[in-house]
Design a binder for this molecule. Structure first.
Ligand SMILES: *Cc1c(COP(=O)(O)O)cnc(C)c1O
Length: 400
C-alpha cells in the first residue's frame, strides 16, 4: 500500500495540528555561536541556575537497583510528597485558607491524593486524555504556558480562549460568560477543563484567592498549575483540593528543585479522580532516577529553600536594574523570570524584541522573546546567578 493511503488511516484531527517548535539544544547553539557552552548565560527556560542539591547526585550515584523496574505505586515518593505538602503549609506562617470550613489547623493532603508523573507534562496529558475528545473544549487564558492548548488539540478538543486583561490578570467575568454561553449553545464544544497558572508563565503574576474561588464555581475541572509557586510570597493552594471536588493542582521538580532534565512532577487531585488515574496511568511512568532524585531533594528541602531565597533576592535586584534600562519595561513577577516589554531598542520598531534577543544571543546570552498577540514585543528573562545578572546588565547597557 502507498504511504498516502496509509496516512488516511490516521485520526483526521492530526492533519490540522501544528508542529511543536523545539528550542535548539544547548550544544548546537554553542557551536553555531562559536561560544563555549560554559560561557553561555542561559536565561531562556526558567531553569534553576544552581541545579539540584549535591545530595541528589550522591543518591543517584549510590543507588544500586537500576536493573529493577520502578514501583508502579510510587509509594515512598507519594508519602514523602504528602509530608512535604504538610510541612509547607505549617511553615507558611499564616493559617491557610482552603476556601472551605477546614481553616483551623494546617490541612494536609493524604498521599493517596497525590500522583507523580514524568514531568508535569505527563500529568497534563493524562488530564486531557481522561476528559477530552472531539466535541469537547478547554478554556485557556492566554498569554500563558503553551502545553495546555498543545495537549488539548492532540486529543481533538477545541481551545476556547479568554484573553487576560492588560495587567495580565484573568478576566473572571469573561470566563464565566463564555462557559455560560457555551452551555446554552447546543452546537458549541463543551468546555470541560479550565487551565490556570499561578504564578503565570510568562507574565509572572499571581492569581488571587478570590478570583480562584469564583472560577471554582464553574461546572468544570479547574487545573491550577503551580510550577513556580515556591518563588512567590504566597503559599500553594494544594490543600484546597480537600474542599473543592473540581480542583487539580500541578507541581514540578523542574524549577525550584532544579532537576528539569530528570522529568518529575506531580498532581494533587480530589479523591474521586484517583481511581480513574490509577487505571489510566502508565505503570512505570516515573523512572527510578527521577524517583531517587526527587526523594533526595525532599530530604534537603531546607537547602532548596535557601536556593529559592537566593533566586528571589536576585529577581528583585534584576527587576530594579531592568527598570533603569531605557528600552525595557519589566512587569513585576512572583516567579523566577521577568517579562519585559521592549520599545525603542535601536529604533528597530516592531521587531524590537527579536532584535534584542538576537543581539544578546550573539554575545552569548539567551533569553526568550515573543512576538504574538498579548505579548507584543516582549522578552522573558529567567533569573540567573548574580554574576549572570551582571553580565546581562552590562550587555543591556552596552546595547542601549
Ligand atoms: C516549566 C513549567 C512546568 C514544568 O513542566 P515539567 O514537565 O514538570 O518540566 C509546568 N508548567 C509551567 C507553566 C511551566 O512553565
Amino acid at each position: 500500500m502507498q504511504a498516502t493511503t496509509l496516512q488516511s488511516l490516521l485520526k483526521p484531527h492530526l492533519a490540522g495540528l501544528e508542529e511543536y517548535t523545539p528550542i535548539q539544544p544547548f550544544e548546537v547553539l554553542s557551536q553555531r555561536l562559536g561560544i563555549p557552552a560554559a560561557e553561555i548565560v542561559k536565561l531562556d527556560a526558567n531553569e534553576n541556575p544552581y541545579g539540584p542539591h549535591p545530595a541528589v547526585a550522591e543518591a543517584l550515584a549510590e543507588y544500586a537497583y537500576y536493573h529493577i523496574y520502578p514501583d508502579p505505586q510510587q509509594t515512598e515518593l507519594r508519602h514523602a510528597l504528602a509530608d512535604h505538602l504538610q510541612d509547607e503549609q505549617s511553615q507558611s506562617g499564616d493559617i491557610p485558607t482552603t476556601g472551605g470550613d477546614r481553616d483551623l489547623a494546617a490541612p494536609s493532603v493524604p498521599s493517596d491524593q497525590i500522583l507523580p508523573g514524568h514531568g508535569t507534562d505527563e500529568v497534563l496529558d493524562y488530564l486531557c486524555r481522561m476528559f477530552l475528545g472531539p466535541g469537547d473544549a478547554i478554556i485557556n487564558t492566554p498569554p500563558t504556558f503553551g502545553m495546555y492548548s498543545f495537549d488539548a488539540k492532540l486529543v481533538g478538543a477545541e481551545v476556547l480562549e479568554v484573553w487576560r486583561k492588560d495587567d495580565y490578570h484573568i478576566d473572571v467575568q469573561a470566563t464565566r460568560d463564555l462557559v455560560n454561553s457555551a452551555a446554552q449553545d447546543g452546537a458549541s464544544a463543551r468546555p470541560k477543563l479550565l487551565f490556570l497558572t499561578s504564578p503565570n508563565n510568562p507574565t509572572g503574576n499571581w492569581l488571587s484567592d478570590s478570583d480562584l474561588l469564583r472560577l471554582l464555581e464553574l461546572p468544570m475541572i479547574v487545573v491550577l498549575d503551580e510550577a513556580y509557586v515556591e518563588f512567590a510570597v504566597e503559599t500553594s493552594r494544594s490543600p484546597w483540593v480537600l474542599d473543592h471536588e473540581n480542583l487539580v493542582i500541578i507541581r514540578t521538580f523542574s524549577k525550584s528543585a532544579g532537576i528539569a532534565g530528570l522529568r518529575l512532577g506531580y498532581g494533587v487531585f480530589p479523591a474521586w479522580m484517583m481511581p480513574v488515574l490509577w487505571k489510566f496511568k502508565q505503570p512505570y511512568n516515573v523512572n527510578v532516577a527521577a524517583t531517587v532524585a526527587g526523594l533526595a531533594s525532599l530530604r534537603h528541602v531546607g537547602e532548596m529553600h535557601s536556593t529559592v531565597e537566593k533566586i528571589r533576592a536576585e529577581r528583585d535586584r534584576l527587576f530594579l536594574a531592568l527598570q533603569e534600562i531605557p528600552y525595557l519595561s519589566p512587569y513585576p513577577s512572583s516567579a523566577n523570570f521577568i517579562l519585559c516589554g521592549v520599545e525603542g531598542f535601536r529604533s528597530s520598531g516592531s521587531g524590537d524584541a527579536a532584535a534584542l534577543k538576537h543581539a544578546l544571543e550573539q554575545r552569548g546570552i539567551l533569553v526568550r522573546y515573543y512576538q504574538k498577540p498579548g505579548l507584543d514585543n516582549c522578552i522573558r528573562i529567567s533569573v540567573g546567578r548574580p554574576e549572570q545578572t551582571d553580565r546581562l546588565l552590562a550587555e543591556l547597557s552596552y546595547l542601549a
